[in-house]
Design a protein around this ligand. Structure first.
Ligand code: PDD
Length: 287
């Protein structure tokens, strides 16, 4: 069955949805996105994603085309029309499609932002075989631009990083800057040593993960000590446990870094517990 997607105010079968070839998202990666998880047909952390969307758009001087309630309505409508129980909603806002290609931003009075949303079902989201076995990561240089706090659609390097990992028999890559891990290709990175959860502090170097904020809050509530600071690759390889977080993976245990097994080479107890807490609490708070 064809999906129903949303494009600039219309709900359409995916095969009928269209965006201009002059769209600046297509020509210049001039746009931002969000990925919001759906569990039990409800949205996880909608308000966190909305707040980050507003911030990303603001940093790029793109007008937010809808207010919170209008965004929420489109999200809910797409979940309902596509019967999504477990999965996610992808949303993208670009600076729109001017009449020609030009480096200069178009006048927002004549060029409206382009808005696209679609759903993806994923029945294995909660009971994930990957989470049960844990993932392997390799480290690569972080060659991205300097404003990784803005969730732009410039995903070529993260996508190349994922392929570098897969080509080495791993699942994902952790990116490294001056010897220290910034984040995963599409997730935030953590290590656990002597019961302490360590993850890089927020700055322009990393995306301010919505799942990260929730997981750190739950960890603190569960009396697990948290250190927001950078860690080196060597420190990571000597850690007891490691994990990544994102809207599409929740808390995902990491069991190997650059071929070095962590602990017993299987998901550690704290990462496993955090995953359970995250899913349980998010389910309760879903809207
Ligand atoms: N990625 N860091 C990067 C570079 C990301 O791309 C993501 C999310 C995260 C985690 O953010 P959050 O917890 O808000 O999902 C961190 C999404 C899921 C994606 O690109 O599909």
């Amino acid at each position: 069955m064809s999906r129903i997607v949303y494009v600039n105010g219309s709900y359409l079968p995916e095969g009928e949805a269209q965006v201009s070839i002059f769209d600046r998202g297509f020509l210049m990666a001039d746009g931002v996105y969000e990925v919001t998880t759906v569990i039990d047909g409800k949205l996880i952390d909608f308000d966190g994603h909305f707040a980050r969307l507003e911030r990303s758009l603001g940093e790029l001087d793109i007008r937010n085309p809808m207010d919170r309630n209008a965004w929420l309505e489109v999200h809910r409508e797409l979940v309902a029309r596509n019967g999504v129980n477990l999965g996610m909603i992808y949303l993208q806002v670009t600076r729109g499609a001017p009449q020609d290609r030009d480096f200069v931003f178009p006048d927002p009075a004549t060029t409206a932002p382009t808005v696209v949303l679609f759903t993806q079902s994923n029945p294995a989201l909660v009971d994930s075989p990957k989470a049960a076995r844990g993932i392997k990561v390799v480290t690569i240089d972080d060659l991205r631009w300097g404003r990784r706090d803005i969730k732009t659609v410039q995903l070529l390097y993260p996508s190349m990083g994922k392929m570098m990992a897969i080509n080495q028999g791993a699942d994902d890559a952790w990116m490294v800057q001056e010897g220290e891990v910034t984040e995963g290709t599409s997730n935030n990175a953590y290590i656990i040593k002597d019961g302490r959860i360590i993850t890089r502090a927020l700055s322009n170097d990393i995306l301010h993960g919505i799942t990260r904020a929730a997981v750190l809050r739950f960890a603190r509530e569960a009396q697990m000590p948290v250190e927001e600071r950078s860690f080196t690759v060597d420190e990571a390889k000597a850690a007891d446990e490691a994990f990544v977080t994102s809207a599409s993976t929740f808390v995902m245990p990491v069991v190997e870094i650059d071929g070095v097994a962590l602990g017993e080479g299987k998901p550690g107890p704290l990462a496993t517990r955090l995953r359970e807490i995250y899913i349980e609490e998010s389910r309760k708070a879903a809207i």
